[in-house]
Design a protein around this ligand. Structure first.
Ligand code: GNR
Ligand code: NI
Length: 189
């Protein structure tokens, strides 16, 4: 369990192209566990390894962010001793070496944010449905067709593996405005 530091623009490491994972070992498990800790702590709905400075093609996603106002849940499992759990998240998912292909001309627009571009939100247009292939922590191959927020988030994360940020999809003028605003926020902090 460890929360790692999230890199922010203009850190040049965010522009690196990440390398495929070739060895599915305990170091990879630790990286993924730390990425979940870091993502939930932030909090965010996705995280790419390069955002914690590791240039490997590894993504974690959980679209079910924890509701901070939810009541702790009484748990009677584990043989009777009573304790409480925080509400469970629906779907922690790991995507290793993902390959995405749009399966429709249809586009969707979503107001995106990024943990590496704090406090900035902007509309980004992306294919609405994608076919995805990826490996899990054991190296087993999976594939699925994904849509809605999962398609948006996976494409946002996939961009990180190519060194691309969501603000790179904006017009040059808008991107300049965003970077200026970020600078201003930083100066004020
Ligand atoms: O937490 C995040 N929210 C989000 C919202 C819309 C589209 C994409 C995202 S991903 C982002 C976390 C992040 O920076 N992942 O790289
Ligand atoms: Ni991001």
């Amino acid at each position: 369990m460890a929360i790692r530091e999230i890199l922010e623009v203009p850190d040049p490491r965010l522009k690196q192209v990440s390398k495929p994972v070739e060895v599915f070992d305990d170091a990879l498990r630790t990286l993924v566990a730390d990425m979940f800790d870091t993502m939930y702590d932030a909090p965010g709905i996705g995280l790419a390894a390069i955002q914690v400075g590791v240039p490997l093609r590894v993504l974690v996603i959980d679209l079910q962010p924890e509701d901070p106002d939810a009541e702790p849940q009484e748990c009677t499992a584990h043989g009777g001793h009573s304790h409480t759990h925080r509400p469970t998240r629906k779907e922690p998912r790991v995507f290793i070496n993902p390959v995405l292909t749009p399966v429709t001309e249809e586009q969707s627009v979503y107001s995106e944010g990024c943990l590496s571009v704090p406090d900035i939100y902007a509309d980004v247009t992306r294919p609405a449905r994608i076919h995805a292939r990826w490996q899990d922590l054991d190296g087993t191959m999976h594939e699925a067709e994904l849509d809605d927020l999962m398609a948006t988030c996976l494409q946002h994360e996939m961009d990180h593996l190519e060194g691309i940020l969501f603000i790179d999809h904006l017009s040059r003028l808008k991107r300049a405005m965003v970077l200026k605003k970020l600078e201003k926020i930083r100066r004020a902090a």
